[in-house]
Design a protein around this ligand. Structure first.
Ligand code: C2E
Ligand code: MG
Ligand code: MG
Length: 739
């Protein structure tokens, strides 16, 4: 289980790390995407600015070169006598430089041009400015000098005499479209466009957008896209207030604007260049890389989802498995104690009886029929229990041979009938596999309203422990238990360790006499507990308890050691010591290192094995096949084995044939029947049989001469009983021994 928990923890950590790493990758990708987008945007802005600057330079260069041309021309014309005449001779010049015409405006505004047209241009702005001595380039004007009235752009320059007085204005007229044409440049792979506006907002040059018409006001362009209105307003205000708008970037909803002023003609004129790129352009450029990133994002998300699903599934399975293990008995596949408590606690109607059912001598099955038969017996018992319980009832296996039941019954009698039926079925099963001595103990407790099942079950189990060997009644109700006794038991249990350390346990000796009663042939060591107040507690009160909780093994060893020590001491003092028999309980016999331990004690005291004997009860033989081996090894060491309490068990006769002991100690219950015909007959046969098997016979609990006489008649070897002597302290026994 521990290993399992370790595995689960490892798995959880791995899963967590995976999810964490995946999450981190996702966050990194998202972060990179954002960063890249930002980077791309700033690249784009940079690009936009570069394109805008190129446009500005191109426009400036274009105008400047025309300006130079006009300057040269103006100086040339200045040389002529009559410019109104001489201007006509410049037709070649006009053609060479792609002009529409070249004109000379007299100071009164009358203008003659290379194409022979004459007109009064005194109202034209460029004329007025020229007369003020300023260079200028007009907006897109309607041609007044030809009948087509096309759009023209006019560059004008004052013609000054040597004293600096303005003698007229020289103007180069371009077809606006041609002028525009000369400036065409592609930007942003044909997706961007630019336009230059004069101070009035009229479009002077437009590049890359056919929708734009020259002389259209730029506000019209911006107004086409309502979302750009804010930009327009800001720009208009800025321009109106002659604020510096150099290098202003506007990010509109769909487009990105870059506005920059373009000073022309030595600063006489300012146009504004707008360079525009649709945001789409940026998105397209970014699309491929973004697609890749999104694909990665999706992959990572998918990975995380699959991971999480995987983890959830595995954990679901593991959880199920853990739950199964936690709540299932591995052998029967049915409920275990944990499930029992959970289910019964959760029941709506908890008014019922909690029963602890112990299978006594279950180990007999393992011994007699093998482990597999033992397991299959448990399964069969489980089937019996499953059949026995109804709805709203519950059964579970608590331990090896211990079961818990919750039964709802109207009265105790009916409940007992049901447990009786269960016992019958289980006895029948044991009979089928020919295993004797399997019977059942029930501890019963009526669960109270608000009591937890666990607390209730402890009471049922306690009651079960109070079922004694009396096989006529194999159940005890918790209410029947003498609670003072229970408390007393607890006190004894708690006092054990200290008592052992404080040597509160004393060895008393009960002499065994030869049948004629003339001499002591040995003794039995019997424990007495002298409590702190000096009172003696008899073994009947604590031995069964210590047998239940396993403490008896330590007590037996203590007694064995004490007897050895005493024997050696008496020997040294010159007493003629006799064998002392020490009781070994069934629980002590379970310890595998028992023989070695006792052998070492003997060696430690250097006591001859013949001075010590071991008494085992008949019931101790029931449980374990190994006990025969244990007894055999003691006998090899030279330690005699006495079969104690012979005649109280079921299998007395079977035990006789085992030939694993030297002395038969007839139980007091057999002796008590002396004087009754049946009792005497039984005793007679037992003694005969024992003698035939070559066993030494000791009669225990002999209290009167009538009994003694009968035993003498049957040639019983030794007598132990109150008739001759009661158990006594060592000091007293000492006086009985001869030196
Ligand atoms: P047991 O081994 O059968 O010991 C004989 C018991 O019968 C002793 O009781 C003894 O006092 C009693 N007895 C002997 N003769 C008579 C008699 O004529 N009349 C009556 N009424 N009783 C007689 P005790 O000392 O109370 O011991 C009771 C049981 O406790 C022992 O039965 C034995 O099974 C157990 N016991 C005593 N000391 C030890 C021990 O050191 N270890 C273990 N495992 N069990 C012990
Ligand atoms: Mg005994
Ligand atoms: Mg006895």
């Amino acid at each position: 289980m521990k290993e399992r928990v370790g595995k689960e923890a490892k798995f959880l950590i791995t899963a967590l790390i995976t999810v964490l790493v995946a999450g981190l990758v996702l966050v990194t990708i998202l972060f990179c995407t954002k960063k890249l987008e930002k980077e791309m945007r700033s690249q784009l802005e940079q690009n936009l600015m570069d394109v805008a600057n190129q446009n500005v330079i191109a426009l400036q260069n274009h105008i400047h070169s025309n300006e130079l041309l006009l300057e040269g021309l103006t100086s040339e014309l200045m040389e002529d006598e009559d410019q109104t005449q001489s201007v006509m001779q410049y037709q070649n010049f006009v053609e060479k430089y792609g002009l529409k015409r070249l004109g000379y405006c007299r100071p009164d505004g009358m203008t003659v041009s290379t194409d022979g047209a004459e007109a009064d241009l005194s109202q034209r702005e460029f004329f007025k400015r020229g007369m003020e001595g300023k260079y200028t380039i007009s907006g897109v004007l309607q041609d007044k000098m030809s009948e087509e009235h096309g759009n023209v752009t006019v560059m004008s320059m004052p013609m000054k005499d040597d004293s600096g007085d303005v003698q007229g204005v020289v103007c180069m007229t371009y077809d606006s479209d041609d002028f525009n044409e000369a400036l065409q440049m592609q930007s942003f792979e044909g997706q961007g466009y630019s336009f230059a506006v004069n101070e009035d907002g009229e479009i002077m040059v437009s590049m890359g957008n056919e929708e734009l018409e020259l002389a259209q006001n730029f506000s019209e362009i911006l107004e086409k896209r309502p979302e750009n209105r804010d930009i327009l307003q800001t720009l208009q205000e800025k321009i109106k207030n002659e604020e510096n708008i150099s290098g202003t970037m506007f990010l509109a909803k769909e487009e990105c604007f870059y506005a920059t002023p373009v000073p022309l003609m030595d600063g006489e004129v300012t146009w504004y260049m707008f360079t525009v790129v649709p945001k789409d352009y940026f998105n397209q450029r970014f699309a491929t890389i973004r697609k890749e990133l999104y694909r990665m994002d999706s992959l990572v998300i998918l990975f995380i989802m699959v991971g999480v699903l995987f983890v959830v599934r595995i954990f679901g399975k593991q959880h199920k498995e853990t739950m199964r293990l936690a709540y299932t008995d591995p052998l029967t596949g049915g409920a275990n104690y944990a499930q029992f408590c959970l289910v019964v606690d959760g029941m709506r109607n908890r008014q019922g009886y909690l029963i602890s059912m112990d299978v006594q001598n279950f180990s007999n099955i393992n011994i007699a029929a093998g482990r597999a038969a033992g397991d299959s017996m448990i399964m069969s018992i489980w089937e019996v229990l499953k059949d026995a319980i109804g709805t709203n009832e519950m059964a579970a296996r608590v331990r090896e041979d211990q079961f818990a039941l919750f039964m709802v019954e109207s009265d105790e009698q009916k409940l007992l009938e049901r447990t009786e039926a269960i016992s019958d079925k289980i006895h029948a099963l044991a009979k089928q596999i020919q295993v004797p001595g399997v019977y059942l103990h029930y501890g019963i407790y009526a669960l109270r309203e608000n009591e937890s099942v666990e607390d209730g079950y402890v009471k049922a189990k306690t009651a079960c422990d109070f079922v004694n060997g009396d096989r006529a009644k194999h159940y005890v109700f918790f209410r029947e238990i003498n609670h003072d006794e229970l408390l007393e038991e607890q006190k004894l249990e708690e006092g054990f360790d200290e008592a052992l350390a404080e040597r509160e346990f004393e060895v008393w000796y009960q002499p065994k006499y030869s049948a004629n009663g003339e001499q002591i042939v040995g003794s039995e060591a019997l424990v007495r507990w002298r409590d702190k107040d000096g009172n003696l507690i008899s073994p009947g009160r604590f031995i069964p308890l210590f047998e239940k909780n396993g403490m008896i093994a330590r007590l037996d060893e203590y007694m064995f050691r004490s007897v050895c020590r005493q024997q050696v001491a008496w020997l040294r003092q010159g007493y003629q010591i006799m064998p002392v028999s020490v009781n070994l309980s069934r629980a002590s016999l379970y310890y595998s290192d028992l023989v070695e331990k006792y052998e070492n004690i003997l060696k430690e005291y250097q006591l001859d094995a013949r001075y010590i004997q071991i008494e085992v009860t008949e019931s101790a033989m029931e449980g374990k096949a190994d006990i025969l081996k244990v007894l055999g090894r003691f006998r090899e060491m030279g330690v005699h084995i006495l079969m104690d309490d012979f005649g109280t068990g079921y299998s007395s006769l079977a035990i006789l044939s085992m030939r694993c002991f030297d002395t038969l100690k007839l139980d007091k219950s057999l002796i008590d029947h002396i004087g009754e015909e049946n009792g005497e007959t039984l005793l007679y046969h037992v003694i005969c049989m024992g003698q035939q098997l070559g066993l030494h016979i000791t009669a225990e609990g002999v209290e009167n001469t009538m009994q003694l006489k009968y035993l003498q008649k049957l040639n019983c070897d030794d007598i132990q009983g109150f008739l001759f002597a009661r158990p006594m302290p060592a000091s007293q026994f000492e006086t009985l021994m001869s030196t």
